[in-house]
Design a protein. Structure first.
Length: 100
């Protein structure tokens, strides 16, 4: 996706002045110039990246899964705690009624 955006920005340079393209996309002229040179020198490899985005997405997905699991466990423990409190209260009431 990022690569396609960069290439579309560079294609705009064919019909517009660099200053116009930079203003339209809020980019520094030096950045666009560097992108253009990289693309002209090696179009196939210019914006490939290092592939880390998939690793980062996988890490985030794992953390999201863990958060969901912890949330479910926490909700379960809260229910168990409330049930135990109710049972203890009932036991105390029974003891009091037996002592009378």
């Amino acid at each position: 996706m990022f690569q396609k955006n960069l290439i579309s920005i560079l294609k705009e340079l064919e019909t517009k002045r660099p200053v116009e393209v930079c203003r339209a996309h809020n980019l520094a002229p030096s950045t666009v110039s560097d992108w253009r040179k990289a693309y002209e020198n090696n179009p196939g490899e210019a914006f490939k990246g290092k592939g880390n985005i998939y690793k980062e997405e996988a890490k985030l997905a794992e953390k999201d899964r863990l958060i969901g699991q912890l949330y479910a466990e926490n909700a379960f423990l809260k229910k168990v705690y409330e049930k135990l409190k109710q049972l203890q209260l009932q036991e105390k009431r029974k003891e009091r009624s037996l002592l009378k």
